[in-house]
Design a protein around this ligand. Structure first.
Ligand code: ANZ
Ligand code: ZN
Length: 821
């Protein structure tokens, strides 16, 4: 007779699992393979509550698939390049690798304690030369295909971090990392030509539909921003001092060409300077200064009054020959479309606001049945019939668009055009702690890639502390012996590129490396890669909805095009776990509401923390640590574990003679749990498991009691299902039942269809007194389990419509009444 001690279990089992290589896939084709991956961590300090939640979820999937008999690849590694290591090194006069690898060791120890069922033999770190060698190798393949190129360009610049930022790293006009308002600067920078893949990145989302959260797909779609429309060329009339020239606009509404009453170019684009007449020049320059001082948020605000300057020029409408005044304004963006627009105030609100501000004419060309926009101040954008539009009169909007394009094409002044919001990926960084760009600049030969057999281009190790601090050029420029090399092509003196790669490059292919992390002939073993790819279940935070996931999809497509892999998409299914909150708010230093993971583990044990994370809510929802009860989880685990202490039925005895009611609950739990797990309803599985534990206890305490073979059957099922959530307790329980380790490979119990018919009662679920769902539940369901089932109901969630919950009144097994906040 033992006492439930999580500390004893945590001390005992990790070594056993490691010795038995329980989590190393056979990788021999004997079983169907499945690849389960958690977004790999960044090594900042020790693991936190967020890691604990995300990795608990991913581990449920990996452990479940293993029980179902799949050969599961579930690796772990670190995204270990990046700024925080560099900043720490500057502060401590150290090398970034010291901070990085010390943190990795800390996290690795915590992950092992947390009993992540990872194959540790595949561990990788993106800052290892054996890894970044292949990042450089891939960069070269992109370069050879014209997908990596350099250009001079105005870039987002963080004046505090002194580094270039990708558009994605600019949040509301400020640096994602430090919050400093971002400015523009012109630099020669490396780009990946992701725009070449815009259409495929969009199209292939069809394959992900239903398997990725709709929200993430919508964000990607919006980021790619495909707009169908037309390019229309306008002649800008010559003036005394300025020659005639042509300017192209992008419009999604060529049907409204007859309603164009003015023309606008982005004030901050060079085009504005090219066009402006000498008389208007000073006014434009003063305006541009004002625009530069505005943040991106202010510029894009629709609330702000429209401002602009007349350029002194006129554009000729190619359809009707009308002269349209050309303005420069900041509501037209320099880097979208062509940076110039035809303004149709009657049917575009921004144009209408501008027309009102500057007294420009408004002419409606589409009868929508709404009132005249020039009177209401509201542009009409719906369907309707074209008027005042010459040959287009009488057509609907959707007929008018292709008709207008046809006319433009005949005139040779325009054509159909598909515009994307997506920009090429700016990948170079003027920082030290990243993958060096494997290019040498030679005065004679230009850009010369470092030959493959000279990879990796290693980071110099003689720069430390202050030498790493950002100066606007890369710190690598200071490593003179490193920079100066002979040109691999002509042998003359040449210089290495001193920029490093955005760390998103490293994370765009790590899932491929995990398949064969020690392979030395290429980034991955071509014999193995297609056995595992694509990742069957990817788990990570929604904060990566755009950047990381889009880049990883882009890399996968290019690598497929090179012919190295078959997969077209890297991640077949995606699960975004929620956040861990405390008191309804994200944990933060400033709020002082942080919860230390280590303390929670010490107090309640790993299993209780893991179980709490999973039980608290559906995996996609946030967990509020102030509302959960790890001590309740711990009590449940002890209760489940004690079942094993009390089982006295012999192993191997046919349970057919056992208690029929208990057998029904056991078999129903097994069957339903599998279905729930297939649909990521982990929390409901836990609720069902609690019911099974209670029913088993009842049987033990009555009738045939502990010797009933149905009891053993039930407890074995408990151990296997519990192994997905509470690996230590489950292993110990399994051991008590007389089985060798590991329960992780016990196999999912088979259920008997004939036993599924069960007495049930109907529980009514009300929201604010209104019946929203009816659930078939066991007559002896616990309050906790019934509450969880009710809250998981889709009908209930719909009725709550995002509102929080004030109280839940549970009268098991018949009634649940939920009162929204
Ligand atoms: C004339 C027009 C008439 C427009 C109308 C709209 C409605 P999306 O869908 O986002 O692609 N536009 C084009 N380039 C722009 C820029 N650089 N800055 C600001 N606005 C720009 O939007 C395309 C529409 O946004 C284009 O179609 C253009 O206005 C404007 F009744 O042209 B439209
Ligand atoms: Zn050369």
């Amino acid at each position: 007779e033992g006492v439930y001690s999580f500390a004893a279990m945590e001390a005992k089992w990790p070594q056993v699992w490691e010795d038995l290589k329980v989590f190393t896939p056979a990788d021999d084709g004997s079983r169907e393979r499945r690849y389960v991956l958690d977004m790999f961590p960044y090594p900042s300090g020790d693991l936190h509550m967020g890691h604990a939640e995300a990795f608990a979820m991913g581990d449920v999937v990996a452990r479940y698939l293993r029980q179902k008999g799949f050969d599961v690849l579930h690796p772990i590694g670190w995204d270990s390049f990046g700024l925080p290591a560099e900043n720490a090194a500057i502060k401590r006069n150290a090398h970034p690798s010291e901070w990085t690898y010390a943190n990795i060791d800390t996290q690795a120890a915590s992950f092992k304690r947390y009993a992540i069922s990872a194959d540790w033999s595949r561990r990788l770190h993106t800052s290892d030369p054996e890894y970044y060698r292949w990042t450089q190798w891939l960069f070269k393949r992109f370069y050879e295909r014209g997908l990596a190129y350099r250009k001079d360009s105005p870039v987002n610049w963080c004046p505090k971090d002194l580094t270039v930022l990708a558009n994605e790293q600019v949040v509301n006009g400020a640096c994602e990392r430090c919050g400093t308002p971002v400015t523009k600067k012109s630099l020669n920078q490396w780009y990946f030509k992701i725009t070449d893949y815009a259409d495929r990145l969009l199209q292939d989302m069809d394959q992900l539909q239903g398997h990725w959260p709709e929200r993430v797909l919508a964000m990607q779609r919006n980021w790619i921003g495909r707009s169908e429309g037309a390019h229309v060329r306008f002649v800008i009339e010559a003036t005394e001092d300025r020659a005639e020239r042509e300017v192209t606009v992008f419009t999604t509404r060529p049907d409204t060409l007859y309603g164009a009453t003015f023309f606008v170019v982005a004030a901050d684009a060079h085009l504005a300077l090219d066009l402006v007449t000498p008389e208007q020049h000073d006014e434009l320059m003063a305006y541009r200064e004002k625009v530069k001082a505005l943040s991106e948020i202010e510029r894009q605000s629709t609330e702000r009054e429209k401002t602009g300057v007349f350029t002194g020029r006129y554009a000729i409408n190619p359809l009707n020959g009308e002269k349209l005044p050309v303005w420069a304004a900041d509501y037209v963006l320099a880097d979208y479309g062509t940076g110039a627009i035809m303004a149709v105030p009657a049917h575009d609100q921004r144009d209408l606001d501008f027309a009102k501000a500057f007294n420009l004419p408004v002419r409606a060309v589409l009868d929508t049945g709404d009132e005249d926009p020039s009177e209401t101040g509201v542009a009409t954008t719906g369907e309707g019939t074209l008027k005042n539009s010459g040959e287009l009169d009488g057509l609907s909007k959707s007929e008018g668009i292709p008709a207008a394009i046809e006319i433009l094409e005949k005139l040779g002044t325009g054509e159909k055009f598909v515009n994307f919001r997506l920009r090429d990926w700016l990948l170079s960084r003027q920082r030290f702690w990243g993958t060096p760009i494997p290019i040498i600049h030679c005065g004679e030969c230009g850009e010369v890639p470092v030959p493959d057999d000279q990879l990796p281009v290693r980071l110099p190790d003689n720069l430390r502390g202050e030498a790493l601090s950002p100066k606007g050029t890369s710190p690598l420029a200071a490593a003179v012996e490193w920079v100066n090399v002979d040109c691999p092509n002509c042998g003359r003196a040449a210089q290495r590129d001193t920029d490093t790669m955005d760390t998103f490059v490293d994370s765009s292919w790590y899932f491929l490396r995990f398949v064969s992390p020690d392979y030395t002939e290429g980034p991955f073993d071509p014999e193995k890669i297609n056995n595992w790819m694509p990742v069957g279940q990817y788990v990570g935070g929604v904060e990566h909805a755009i950047l990381h996931l889009l880049y990883a999809r882009f890399f996968t497509k290019v690598i497929k095009d090179i012919g190295l892999i078959e997969a077209n998409e890297p991640f077949s299914a995606l699960l975004n776990q929620g956040q861990v909150l405390n008191g309804g708010k994200a944990m933060s230093k400033s709020l002082g509401n942080g919860v230390d993971l280590g303390e929670q583990l010490d107090k309640f044990g790993v299993d209780a923390v893991r179980l709490t994370m999973v039980f608290a809510s559906p995996p996609e929802d946030d967990v509020d640590w102030a509302d959960v009860s790890p001590s309740g989880s711990a009590k449940f685990l002890a209760r489940a574990w004690r079942l094993g202490q009390d089982v006295s039925s012999e192993p191997g005895v046919d349970p057919a003679s056992g208690d029929r009611a208990l057998r029904t609950i056991t078999h129903k739990t097994i069957a339903d749990a599998a279905e729930l797990l297939d649909n990521n309803k982990f929390n409901v599985v836990v609720a069902r498991l609690m019911e099974l534990v209670n029913a088993t206890r009842k049987t033990i305490d009555s009738g045939a009691g502990a010797a009933d073979p149905a009891v053993r059957e039930a407890v074995e099922a408990v151990a296997v299902i519990l192994s997905l959530f509470a690996p230590y307790t489950a292993e110990d329980l399994w051991n008590t039942l007389g089985h060798p380790a590991s329960v992780a490979n016990a196999g999912w119990p088979k259920h008997d269809e004939a036993l599924l018919v069960q007495d049930t009662v109907t529980a009514v679920v009300q929201v604010q007194g209104k019946v929203r769902d009816r659930l078939d539940v066991s007559p002896d369901i616990t309050e906790d389990a019934l509450r969880a089932l009710a809250l998981a109901s889709e009908n209930v969630q719909r009725a709550l419509d995002g509102r929080g919950i004030r109280t839940v009144i549970v009268r098991a097994p018949k009634l649940v009444n939920i009162v929204p906040a």
